[in-house]
Unconditional design. Structure first.
Lengths: 628, 589
């Protein structure tokens, strides 16, 4: 049964190939249904494989299926193979499950788009690449998926390419990701040079033998790659811009799956991280928590409904890296799962709002949508409570685990995380109040005849309802009530090992920390309520935060200014100095040739003079050599 | 001499050898095309295509018949050509040259189908066929003289192609191309002759022992029959034996000149490195290497000898650019492998750091300059400088993995960049401009062209799963073993490649097209037919490069051990943790 795993990526691949050939002819909506069916089939197969895996003994939950030898030269040998273990199958289940829902949603969302079938071509290709990423049995296959999802992300962000901003955003995403990929590639070079293989089974088994300095270098280079893909400081700039893509893309790629690839990768190579110097995980934790705080502060001043969610995603991913850095890999994966549910839900909800508002994304022009879009509003509120960390919704449990581990690692990390959690509750409440409550603001002087919002069709609301259910319940996966309820932890144990970090704090301290986290969330919600619902306080939305602390614009200014000038200067150097030298030599040759031509003047006496001078010179030379 | 030449060439065994056919057929085609009367314009294209396709089919037959387990030269043919100078018609291919021969085999017919010349089809096709013959000749040649002739022959047709069918600035570009590359290879001829003579000196030296043995033999024979009296007639048997000995000594002391690549390269095996008694004067060999290297460096082109390339590319007709980038640049990198590493291993190792440096500079420099180009064709031209820099890095990092990566990359760059030039040519044909700023939003008017361009671009960027990645990654992962920091810097080129190509793509294909661009026609079926095999290869070789890698590997492995035999270079073994230097440090810290 485990060998069926090849079908998991094969189905979306088949969907992709069929649509490439027949997509246009199938048209709307059949192309969409085919893509959805392929993704759904893949989900079913994954579930079957998962059941088979559960049936195995715990120590046998590790199965490699090799399809063929991909690249083999000398000692360098890489196979195209899939690794079936609890981690990869959990990821695959998440990807295909949410993927199917979002495919279904997209059939409605992309309705009427002239490139309807092309959208689904890219979507199926994305799901395929993402599955390759998580199922790959070695680093290179993971990299194959890694770059593949990057390419799909590029194609989908720039999907509506007629607008220059969309095209720029696509390019920016790809190039920024490539900076991270440089780290990933260098990590692979170093791994191969050290271990002689890129297979996870070999590399991770040998990890304890790798010198700590080497392990640290590998881990940090991989983390650079993760920073690119998972939008962490300093490489997060592409993700907010990536919202230029269609909203289902934002939900699937830029919230639920692709951006979590970095978290997956770091979890996958956790033995290497363990072998590193102690400061390496600390760097990861601090990068994560600072990114989380940084992005949260930006999110609270955004007015675009999707931009809020984008910065929120960056922030939540920061939480996951905080967990990784604290050694709490299970908590990271746990939060990744719950986040995938509620963030996909929020994005799809936002898409439903945008759809219902006839392509309006400015929250200042929304309000009281609960009246017009009851299902969207209700499900969005579930998502909000989940991300805000209100018990018993899913986000509370996973965020609590992370904060707890952070506290064990370093209370300062915990404190920054707590502040971020408060801010999260605040900006999400702000969004909910602005969009779904208060007065209706879509009709103003400029838009006097704006049409009334409407609820979306079932193909869009059904995924919302399913995801809302999951966002409510997913906490069950890993409840902190003793070891028995730590389902996810026990499930992932074969991969991440006995958690090094077993929480040592007393139960009372744990409860205290959790209570503090809940209080933080409620404070955030309450303050937002005062400001954005009751309007009893003035909103604090500094321009600097709305502009993202000018981080992106500074980089853009640098790249467009000195960076571009340096490139330009090099090009000018090439044209003037290098090519100038070439042309200079040519001019010199032809010039001196022209001059020398005058010597050939046909007068015998000139030649005779030349001969005479030559003879004298030769004589002088030989005489000087004579020793008396 | 002419008679022997004719006799040799017309001997059935030579004509029927597939390599001779593959080299001679295009030349024959060129002659046939030029014999067709000018009035029969329609015939030129058909006949030329026929010959090009036949040659392509021949090279594919070579691929099919190639023994993947044999690391040596296959399909060898070795006939004395000009015996007085020791020049022979010696051809043969191994895994390194096989795919370059195949590339030359099928890229030419594709380029011919893709583009119809605006005028004078007869000389156009004749020159293209000469070019094809010359390129295949270079990759097959195992005789230094034959190699040199072929290496120089290709300049002529390319010069005339640029001059005759090029664009506005073609006179300047053609002249620059010709003089630049001629200048480069002039010294190579000196190097070749010097090498032949040095090698003969080496043979003389190596023969000394045998000469001494014969001499002592003769002396012993003479002594055993010491004539008691001077007037007794000498034993005729002894006399004959002595005369024979003299002749033999004469032969050993004056061996024939020999331009045979294999003979010269393999003869170094005689070298007893322990005593340092070398038939080669390595000091001189290093100078000879430089003479070769200059010729190849211009051809590759290596920074700072690259400036002929953008001019030649921009001004050349589309078919010319395709061939120039696809095949002709590889004459340089192939030269470095065959006439650098194989022929002159010790100097190659000696100069490797310098060449690796130039290669890495080329990667970054080419990419940076490409980014700022305003002309689409020029941009692709500079991207070649960057890609070829990777190949040079791979070759001179000297590991099996990196050299194989370099060989793979030679082929893949031919496909990807050839395809890019074809696409740029299609755009130019429609819009009559290559100026990036006057193109916009083409994806809207030509979605299929845009989709094909996207795939080719991703291949050129080195996206895993497509062909470009395989070579690039092998180069980098192999080079890292011996040139760690250079590799880390070179990998930055991967980021830059994404930057310049995606930016160009955005400006050309994205956005809202203006009136001129909106009216641009999409790809037609003939163009689609030309692109199809390239696209198939791009995907196939990215997903399943094994058939290619398996055929290249034995030859590369053999080359590396050849280099090890003749220099103090030793390839690092595959790492295993714990066994190597990378044993765990003090864990207690």
């Amino acid at each position: 049964m485990l060998d069926l795993v090849w079908l998991v990526p094969a189905l979306p691949l088949a969907g992709f190939l069929i649509l490439v050939v027949l997509g246009r002819r199938m048209g709307e909506p059949r192309a969409g249904w085919l893509a959805t069916a392929m993704c759904g089939g893949s989900f079913v197969v994954t579930a079957i494989v998962m059941v088979a895996l559960v049936g195995e003994e715990e120590e046998n939950r590790h199965h490699v299926l090799t399809l063929f030898e991909w690249i083999k030269v000398g000692g360098f040998r890489v196979e195209l193979g899939f690794l079936v273990d609890p981690l990869s199958i959990t990821m695959a289940l998440l990807i295909t499950g949410i993927g199917t829902l979002i495919h279904l949603y997209s059939i409605s969302y992309m309705h009427g788009d002239p490139k309807f079938s092309k959208f689904f071509i890219y979507m199926n290709l994305f799901v395929f690449s993402m599955l390759i990423l998580v199922l790959g049995s070695n680093m290179l296959v993971t990299f194959l998926g890694w770059e593949g999802v990057g390419a799909c992300s590029y194609l989908l962000i720039a999907f509506w390419f007629s607008k220059d901003a969309n095209a720029s955003a696509g390019k920016k995403a790809f190039v920024t990701n490539r900076i991270g990929d440089w780290g990933f590639m260098c990590a692979m070079f170093l791994t191969f040079a050290t271990v002689g293989s890129l297979d996870y089974s070999v590399v991770l088994e040998q990890a304890p033998l790798i010198a700590p300095a080497t392990a640290t270098a590998i881990a940090l280079l991989l983390f650079l790659g993760a920073c690119g893909k998972s939008a962490q400081l300093p490489l997060f700039v592409w993700l907010p811009d990536a919202m230029a893509g269609p909203t289902p893309v934002s939900a699937l790629i830029h919230a639920a799956t692709m951006v979590t690839a970095g978290v997956y990768l770091m979890t996958r190579v956790s033995p290497i991280l363990t072998q590193s110097y102690d400061w390496a995980p600390s760097i990861i934790a601090w990068v994560g928590v600072i990114t989380a705080l940084f992005a949260a502060t930006i999110a609270l001043a955004q007015t675009d409904i999707k931009k809020v969610l984008a910065y929120s995603t960056v922030s939540q991913l920061g939480f996951m890296f905080l967990a990784i850095g604290s050694g709490a890999y299970v908590a990271a994966i746990f939060h990744m799962i719950t986040h995938a549910f509620f963030k996909a839900l929020l994005f799809l909800g936002a898409g439903s709002v945008i759809h219902g508002m006839h392509d309006e994304q400015d929250m200042r022009r929304m309000g009281n949508l609960k009246k017009y879009m009851p299902i969207t509003a209700a499900t969005f509120i579930v998502g909000w409570l989940a991300i805000a960390g209100v018990p018993p919704f899913a986000g509370f449990w996973s965020k609590d685990e992370i904060l707890l581990s952070a506290y064990e690692k370093n209370p300062a990390l915990w404190f920054v995380g707590l502040v971020t959690a408060l801010l999260t509750a605040f900006y999400m409440s702000r969004q909910v109040f602005m969009v779904f409550f208060g007065e209706e603001r879509w009709r103003d002087a400029d838009h006097a005849d704006a049409p009334e919002p409407h609820e979306s069709p079932w193909k869009m609301t059904l995924p919302l309802v399913v995801l809302a259910g999951l966002a409510t319940m997913a906490g069950i996966l890993n409840l902190p009530f003793g070891n028995r309820t730590h389902f996810l932890e026990r499930w992932l144990e074969p991969v991440v090992g006995e958690s090094e970090h077993t929480v040592t704090a007393a139960a009372s301290a744990q409860i205290g920390l959790a209570a503090l986290a809940v209080v933080g969330s409620l404070v955030g919600v309450a303050v937002a309520y005062r400001i954005y619902y009751q309007h009893k306080m003035e909103p604090v939305e500094p321009a600097i935060m709305a502009e993202g602390w000018k981080y992106d614009t500074s980089i853009a200014a640098f790249m467009g200014g000195p960076g571009r000038e340096a490139f330009e200067a090099t090009a000018t150097f090439d044209g003037t100095v290098i090519d100038g030298a070439v042309n200079g030599v040519a001019t010199l040759v032809s010039g001196s040739g022209t001059k020398l031509r005058k010597v050939q003047n046909g007068f015998v006496r000139t030649y005779a003079l030349g001969v005479a001078v030559g003879v004298v010179a030769l004589l002088a030379y030989f005489l000087s050599r004579v020793t008396f | 001499m002419l008679a022997t030449l004719l006799a040799e060439v017309s001997a059935p065994s030579v004509v029927t050898t597939p390599l001779t056919q593959a080299v001679v057929l295009p030349f024959l085609g060129a002659i046939v095309v030029s014999l067709i009367p000018r009035g029969r314009a329609e015939l030129h294209r058909v006949v030329a295509l026929l010959f090009a396709v036949a040659t392509g089919a021949l090279t594919l037959a070579l691929l099919a018949g190639f023994d993947r387990n044999d690391s040596g030269f296959q399909f060898e043919v070795n006939r004395v050509w000009i015996s007085d100078f020791g020049i022979s018609w010696h051809l043969g291919i191994d895994g390194i040259s096989l795919f370059l021969v195949v590339l030359s085999g099928f890229l030419f017919p594709l380029a011919m189908v893709a583009v119809t010349p605006a005028h004078d089809p007869k000389p156009y096709y004749a020159w293209l066929l000469v070019l094809q013959g010359g390129c295949i000749g270079v990759f097959c040649a195992l005789d230094l003289f034959v190699f040199f002739v072929m290496f120089e022959i290709v300049l002529v047709p390319m010069y005339f192609l640029i001059l005759g069918w090029g664009y506005a600035d073609r006179v300047y570009a053609a002249l620059k191309f010709f003089i630049f590359t001629m200048f480069g290879s002039a010294l190579m001829l000196v190097g070749i002759v010097a090498l032949a003579f040095l090698s003969r000196d080496g043979v003389v030296e190596a023969n000394q022992a045998r000469v001494a043995a014969i001499q002592s033999d003769m002396a012993a024979a003479q002594a055993s029959q010491a004539p008691p009296e001077p007037d007794t007639p000498v034993d005729p048997a002894l006399e004959a034996r002595l005369a024979e000995g003299e002749v033999r000594i004469e032969e050993l002391r004056n061996p024939k000149l020999n331009f045979d690549l294999v003979a010269i390269a393999e003869r170094q095996t005689v070298t007893d490195t322990s005593t340092g008694a070398s038939p080669f004067d390595w000091g001189a060999a290093r100078w000879i290497f430089l003479a070769f290297a200059l010729a190849f460096a211009v051809k590759v082109p290596l920074f700072p000898l690259h400036t002929w390339l953008p001019d030649a590319h921009t001004q050349a007709p589309t078919a010319g650019s395709v061939i120039l980038a696809g095949v002709m640049l590889k004459l340089g990198t192939y030269g470095f492998v065959r006439f650098g590493l194989y022929l002159l291993p010790e100097p190659s190792v000696f100069f490797a750091p310098a060449l690796v440096t130039l290669g890495v500079i080329g990667i970054l420099y080419g990419a940076v300059v490409a980014t700022m180009q305003k002309d689409l064709k020029r941009l692709v031209a500079y991207s070649s400088v960057a890609h070829l820099g990777f190949i040079i890095l791979g070759i001179f990092a000297l590991t099996t993995v990196s050299i194989e990566g370099g060989v793979v990359q030679m082929f893949n760059h031919g496909i990807s960049t050839g395809a890019l030039f074809l696409l740029v040519g299609m755009i130019y044909e429609r819009r009559h401009t290559r100026d990036i700023s006057s193109l916009k939003g083409l994806q809207k008017s030509a979605p299929i062209l845009a989709a094909v361009f996207t795939l080719v671009m991703l291949s050129s960027i080195g996206l895993p799963g497509l062909n470009g990645f395989v070579g690039e990654f092998l180069i980098l992962v192999g080079s890292f073993l011996t040139r760690r920091w250079f590799t880390v810097v070179a990998a930055v080129g991967v980021v830059l490649a994404a930057l310049y190509l995606l930016w160009a793509f955005q400006r050309v294909f994205h956005g809202e097209p203006d009136e001129d661009n909106a009216a641009m026609a999409d790809m037609n079926w003939r163009e689609g037919l030309v692109m199809a095999p390239l696209l198939v290869l791009i995907v196939f070789l990215g997903v399943y490069p094994k058939p290619m890698l398996d055929r290249i590997e034995p030859a590369v492995a053999r080359l590396v051990s050849h280099v090890e035999d003749h220099s103090d270079y030793r390839e690092p073994a595959v790492a295993t943790v714990g066994a190597g230097v990378d044993a765990p440090g003090e864990d207690g810290e």
